[in-house]
Design a protein around this ligand. Structure first.
Ligand SMILES: Cc1cc2nc3c(=O)[nH]c(=O)nc-3n(C[C@H](O)[C@H](O)[C@H](O)COP(=O)(O)OP(=O)(O)OC[C@H]3O[C@@H](n4cnc5c(N)ncnc54)[C@H](O)[C@@H]3O)c2cc1C
Length: 219
């Protein structure tokens, strides 16, 4: 929608902004590029500017705002897109909004083992996610697939369980503030991107971690 709005308004556009614009010298917006591997600083010179944000790039802070809200009465024309189905996910923490995400890969061996991941997610009040092969194999629903070709997230904490850390997976999660990796292979590439790592068998480590989280939270 942002490019269409920008085109109609003859406005400069920056998508995927990750910081507030720097107005000290012109109007410069920082955005993430190359699947989160680098930043670009883009200067917008048009009078009207359109910026779209990456989800979770900013924390919500309450300020003494002075913005005026003006009601706008518009009647939207019926679009050319036809909605054929609406699938609502209820009772779970939405992935893009979640502060904590617990994610599983092929190291979990099969869908029947997801309970150990879900128990940890429940204890942490976290959303659940997965790697692409897991969704492709229908172990988990596709809306949980994170990465270059899936959902891109930036939670405060990302816990990766039995995920190798392929570049395409990292592209969707490397903006997480803290990354914890649990993998039995000490050479797994994910450890290079991790803030904390546990080398061990997920079937041994994850239940113990869940117990410790519960003890810590007193539940
Ligand atoms: C064009 C393209 C786009 C892609 N897009 C995505 C994407 O968006 N998202 C994505 O995730 N992938 C994507 N991929 C696939 C990606 O390259 C990897 O193949 C995928 O991420 C690997 O998934 P995985 O880590 O679950 O499985 P694996 O690579 O099989 O890794 C499993 C890991 O589990 C560990 N393990 C095994 N057993 C245990 C155990 N008992 N305890 C602890 N650890 C254990 C292993 O050491 C290993 O590191 C894409 C690939 C291509 C080519």
């Amino acid at each position: 929608m942002a490019p269409r709005v920008a085109a109609r308004l003859k406005a400069g556009l920056v998508t995927g902004a990750v910081a507030l614009p720097d107005t000290s010298n012109g109007f410069v917006v920082r955005k993430s590029v190359f699947s989160g591997k680098a930043f670009a600083y883009v200067s917008i010179t048009s009078a009207v500017k359109v910026i779209s944000l990456n989800p979770n790039s900013f924390h919500i802070t309450q300020t003494e705002g002075t913005a005026k809200v003006t009601p706008l009465n518009v009647t939207a024309e019926e679009g050319k897109i036809k909605i054929t189905a609406i699938n609502k996910v209820s009772g779970e923490v939405p992935l893009t909004e979640a502060e904590i995400v617990v994610s599983g890969g092929r190291g979990l061996k099969g869908p029947e083992n997801w309970t150990i991941l879900e128990n940890l997610a429940h204890a942490l009040h976290a959303a659940t996610a997965c790697s692409r092969p897991v969704a492709d194999a229908h172990w988990r629903p596709h809306h949980e697939h994170v990465g270059q070709t899936g959902i891109q997230i930036a939670p405060d904490l990302y816990v990766a369980i039995g995920i190798s850390g392929a570049i395409q997976h990292l592209a969707g999660v490397n903006r997480s503030k803290v990354i914890v990796v649990i993998n039995k292979d000490a050479e797994a590439p994910f450890f290079k991107a991790a803030d904390y790592g546990i080398v061990g068998d997920v079937f041994d480590v994850v239940p113990k971690l869940t117990e410790e989280v519960k003890k810590f939270k007193g539940v």
